[in-house]
Design a binder for this molecule. Structure first.
Ligand code: ADP
Length: 543
C-alpha cells in the first residue's frame, strides 16, 4: 500500500522561497572586488536573483545547459547559484586556482555556454579564451562603472545584464532528480572528473548540514564561509544557511587574509566560520602577532585536510572557539562525517576531548560508511583495523559526468570507494590515516603519513610537514619527513626525530628529515604528494 503524502519535488528554488518569506530582512555582507563592504538583505538578494533568472531566460538556453561561475565568495555568486539552478540550468563552479590547462579541459568537457566571472579573474580567462571557443559569452561580476577593457567575447557587466529585467519570476517545477550543479575534482591523477549534483541531493544534504549534531545552524547564527563557493558547493553552506535564516558574511577575494577575516568576524559578530586548515593558520597567526582574541566566534568547521591537534588547542585555549572537524569530498557533496561530541562525553578531560576532535568525525545520517580490506571484506569498527573507506547514500555520486561507468570508483555492490584509508572506532568516530595512493608500504605493513604529519605539526618549530614513502632496499619503502620550519625557528633532524619517540609507533619514525622552503599544494590546498614523491624519487636514506 502506498502512503498518502504529497509528492512535492525537492527543489533548490524552494529553499529560496522559504527564506524569502521567513527571513527577508536577514543581512548578507560581502567584500567584493568593486566594493570593500557591500550589505543588503535576503529580500534584496532574491529580488535580484529573479531578475537574473529572467536575464538568463533570454539567452536561448535549454534545460540542463551549463552556465559556469568563476568567482570568489560574494553576493553576486550566491545569486548566480540560485538563479542558474532554480531556472533548470546547471551551475558549473570552476576553481580559478586550477592549472590553466585543467580549466580549459573542464570548460570544454562541461560544454559551458556562458561564464560568469569575477572582475579579478578576467585576465586569467582572456589568456585561454582562444581555447574555449564554444563559450558564447561572459558576464563580468561587476557594474558598468568598474567594467574593464576586455577581449572576452560578448562581455557584459552583471549589473547591466540584470538591470532592466523584471523582478517577478515563477520558479519552474521539475523533476527533483534534475541536475543542478557541476564541480570537477582537481584531478591529482589523470583528467579532472565532473560530479553532477541534483536538486534532491542538494536539498537533502542541506538538511543534514543544518542538524544540531552537524553544524547546528539556526536563524540566530552569523556564518562566514571561507570555504570557496567555487569548490564543492562551499560544503552546502549556501543552502543550509538560507534554509535556516543565518546572517551570511562573504570574504570575497580576501579569503587568505588573516586580518580581514579577523575584522569581519569581530565587526559582523560571526558565530560560525568554515574553512580548510591553511586558512585558519593565517587567521591564528594574525591574531597571535597582534595579540588579539576572537571575541565573537563560537565554533568553526574545519575540513578538506586533517586538522592538527595544535590548531584545535589554540582555538580553544586562546579564543574559546570549538573546532568541529569534518570530512568529505567532491563526490560526496561533500559532507560525510563531522566531529561533534556524543552523549556521555560531558565529563571528558580537555585532553580526551581534543583527541576526539582530532578525528575526522562520525557519520551523518544519509551517509553509510564501511572499511574493507584488499579482498573487499568488511573490517570491524574497533579503532585498530584500517582499510579502504567506502560510502553510499543519496548525496554521493553514482557516476562521473559523461564517463558512463568508466570512473572506476564504484564497487560491484554499489558503494563508492573514497580513495581514503581509515580507521573507525567503537563509537563510530573515523580517522583518515592516508590516501590509498599515498600510503607508505614498509615491510608489508602500512604507515599512515597523515598521522605522522599531524603529530609533527604539534612541534612549535614546525610550520608545515609532509611525509612520503621513499624506496628502501630492505623494507620496500620508508618514510621521509619534509619540514618547513616556523619563522625564525631553529630545528635539527635529530631533535625532531627524538621528539617523535613515544608519540607514534617506533617503526613509523621517519628514516630521515629534509628541511625545505616550500611544499607544493593542489588547487584546494592539499599537499601535492605526487609532486613530492617525484622530487625525492632518488633520495638516499641513511643506511
Ligand atoms: P580535491 O579538491 O583534491 O579534488 P576534495 O576536495 O574532494 O578533493 O578532497 C577530498 C579529500 O580530502 C578526501 O578524500 C580526503 O583525502 C581529504 N580530506 C577531507 N577532509 C579531511 C579530513 N578531515 N582529514 C583528512 N583528510 C581529509
Amino acid at each position: 500500500m502506498q502512503g498518502l503524502m504529497m509528492d512535492t519535488e525537492l527543489q533548490i528554488s524552494s529553499i529560496l522561497r522559504h527564506a524569502d518569506r521567513n527571513f527577508g530582512d536577514r543581512e548578507i555582507v560581502s567584500v567584493t572586488a568593486d566594493n570593500p563592504l557591500h550589505r543588503y538583505t535576503y529580500a534584496d538578494c532574491f529580488r535580484r536573483t529573479r531578475q537574473l533568472a529572467n536575464a538568463l531566460g533570454n539567452l536561448g538556453l535549454a534545460a540542463g545547459d551549463r552556465i559556469a561561475t568563476m568567482a570568489w565568495n560574494d553576493y553576486r555568486h550566491l545569486e548566480a547559484y540560485y538563479a542558474i539552478a532554480g531556472s533548470g540550468f546547471v551551475c558549473h563552479t570552476i576553481n580559478p586556482r586550477l592549472f590553466p590547462e585543467q580549466i580549459v579541459f573542464i570548460i570544454n568537457h562541461a560544454e559551458d555556454r556562458w561564464i560568469m566571472v569575477d572582475l579579478l579573474i578576467v585576465p586569467l580567462l582572456e589568456k585561454i579564451a582562444d581555447q574555449i571557443s564554444g563559450v558564447e559569452g561572459f558576464i563580468i561580476l561587476t557594474d558598468e562603472q568598474h567594467m574593464p577593457e576586455t577581449t572576452l567575447k560578448n562581455a557584459i557587466s552583471y549589473e547591466s545584464f540584470i538591470g532592466d529585467e523584471s523582478d517577478e519570476f515563477d520558479w519552474p517545477v521539475f523533476d527533483e532528480r534534475s541536475a543542478s550543479a557541476l564541480c570537477y575534482t582537481s584531478g591529482t591523477t589523470g583528467d579532472p572528473k565532473g560530479v553532477l549534483y541534483d536538486h534532491r541531493s542538494t536539498v537533502l544534504h542541506a538538511y543534514a548540514g543544518a542538524m544540531a549534531d552537524t553544524m547546528a545552524l539556526s536563524s540566530k547564527d552569523c556564518v562566514l564561509p571561507v570555504v570557496p563557493l567555487f569548490h564543492v558547493n562551499a560544503w552546502g553552506v549556501p543552502y543550509s544557511t538560507l534554509m535556516t535564516g543565518c546572517k551570511l558574511v562573504f570574504p570575497g577575494p580576501k579569503m587568505g587574509d588573516g586580518e580581514t577575516l579577523y575584522q569581519l568576524m569581530e565587526q559582523e559578530e560571526v558565530s560560525l566560520a568554515l574553512g580548510v586548515p591553511t586558512v585558519w593558520l593565517a587567521l591564528l597567526q594574525y591574531a597571535e602577532s597582534v595579540g588579539k582574541k576572537l571575541n565573537k566566534l563560537q565554533r568553526t568547521v574545519i575540513g578538506g585536510a586533517a586538522v592538527p591537534e595544535s590548531m584545535i588547542r589554540e582555538f580553544r585555549d586562546k579564543h574559546d572557539v570549538v573546532v568541529m572537524q569534518g570530512w568529505g569530498m567532491t563526490e560526496m557533496s561533500p559532507l560525510g562525517t563531522i566531529g561533534t561530541l556524543k552523549y556521555g562525553m560531558e565529563s571528558l578531560t580537555p585532553d580526551e576531548e581534543v583527541s576526539i576532535r582530532a578525528k575526522a568525525g562520525r557519520g551523518i545520517f544519509g551517509v553509510e560508511m564501511r572499511i574493507v580490506d584488499d579482498e573487499g571484506k568488511e573490517l570491524p569498527w574497533d579503532g585498530v583495523a584500517y582499510g579502504s573507506l567506502q560510502v553510499r547514500g543519496p548525496w554521493i555520486c553514482s557516476d562521473y559526468f559523461k564517463l558512463d561507468g568508466a570512473g572506476g570508483a564504484h564497487t560491484d555492490d554499489g558503494w563508492f570507494d573514497t580513495g581514503d584509508v581509515a580507521i573507525i572506532d567503537q563509537l563510530g568516530y573515523m580517522s583518515i590515516t592516508d590516501r590509498t595512493k599515498d600510503v607508505i608500504k614498509s615491510g608489508g605493513e602500512w604507515i599512515g603519513s597523515i598521522e605522522i604529519e599531524n603529530t609533527v605539526m604539534g612541534h612549535d618549530s614546525v610550520a608545515e610537514a609532509a611525509v612520503i614513502g621513499v624506496a628502501h632496499p630492505k623494507w620496500t619503502e620508508r618514510p621521509l619527513l619534509i619540514i618547513i620550519k616556523a619563522e625564525g625557528a631553529q630545528l635539527e633532524r635529530d631533535e625532531i626525530l627524538g621528539w617523535l619517540e613515544g608519540k607514534i609507533a617506533k617503526w613509523w619514525i621517519p628514516d630521515d628529515v629534509v628541511f625545505v622552503e616550500e611544499i607544493p599544494h593542489t588547487a584546494t590546498g592539499k599537499i601535492r604528494k605526487i609532486e613530492l614523491r617525484k622530487q625525492f624519487a632518488d633520495y638516499q636514506l641513511p643506511s
